[in-house]
Design a binder for this molecule. Sequence first.
Ligand code: FMN
Length: 408
Amino acid sequence: MNLQSAINLDDMRELARRSLPRIAFDFIDGGVDDELCLKRNREAFAQHRIVPRYLRDVSHRDQRVTLLGREYASPIGISPTGLAGLWRPDADLMQAAAARDANVPFLLSSAGNASLEDVMAVAPEHTWFQMYCTTDEKINADLVRRATQAQVGVLVVSVDVPVNSNRERNKRNGFSRPFRMTPAVVLEALGHPAWVLRYLRTGGIPMMRTWKPYAPDGADAAQVADMYGTLTPAPMVNWDHLRRIRDAWKGPLVIKGLLHPDDAREAVSLGANALVVSNHGGRQLDVAPSPLEMLPAIHAAVGDQVELLLDSGVRRGSDVVIARCLGARACIFGRPSLYAVAAAGQAGVARVLQLMRNEIDMVLAQMGCGEFDRLNRSYLWDRDTALPHPASSTCETSVRPFVRTGSV
Ligand SMILES: Cc1cc2nc3c(=O)[nH]c(=O)nc-3n(C[C@H](O)[C@H](O)[C@H](O)COP(=O)(O)O)c2cc1C
């Protein structure tokens, strides 16, 4: 199989499995504990049925969506993922460029390898910057300052990593921080020579460039990663930290990683403009519900006050449509973009985005609804009544449009 014969996101995963050393593929692919949450994320979508409608003119179909005051071509985006440069050098820049070309958002992880400033040079209109609060308040404030200075459009604060989680594949494979090539890892990696060559040619462990300014002069990549590991996770982080960020950041603020409706209410009351309902792709708490399971309750709690996005397990265009029917404006995904960039660079990411776009388009036609933005729950089958949901139980969001203020 090659890139052109990869016809869906699972094929992209298979391409990545072949391209990457096992230790790397498992780092991306794996979840926490028994990986039940990982499976649940997919199963939750399979619980839903879309009831098709025919004999409506669907020759014109439109999947544009407005998020935080800006229009994007499709209701999809790329979730933030750290360490991407380990799977392919410049992976962050490649993902940013593919997102820019497809006119969808790219959420740059502060734990990525390209710096915020470098990614902004590639995709100034499409980059959202994601940060975790660290143990060092000065660094937190400085990250917000840099985002402001670089004129980032959207700031995302992820809140679902209070501690490192039990990722057993990493333990079994000996993936440790910082990443070190042990003889066993080297031996297995030799079965993936293209990856090894790229790794060696670019000097081994990639630098976490956003963090370099906070490390002592001359620190190498491993030392910067070590320093990052002392700053995060930060278990003391609480709502006060978020309030300080809200005060300092004048642009749209997204909080990523909430699942409880009360947390969603709290986030809205402190001034968040959007939430990413997410369980971190099943990587944090194995007994957590899938975001799709919590979406109706979160939508009921805050759906008229804030824009909702969803990630974790999104692999099909129909998943994005189902999430829209339940109240999410858009979906983002992490692993598929990483599989794609690892296997085929920017072209791989472009293909993932195009495949998703095509699938959404086909589902819209089957639903007899040409406009993604007009989807609502009445397109879904109600298991209890064996009928479509009544039209009154819509999820059409009447969210106050986000109004940009100041220069951001
Ligand atoms: C390898 C990897 C690294 C990740 N790093 C981050 C990160 O730095 N910041 C963050 O907010 N989420 C991170 N996530 C979670 C993703 O943003 C996203 O929530 C998750 O991948 C969604 O699930 P999916 O992979 O099933 O689409 C990471 C996920 C993966 C797979």
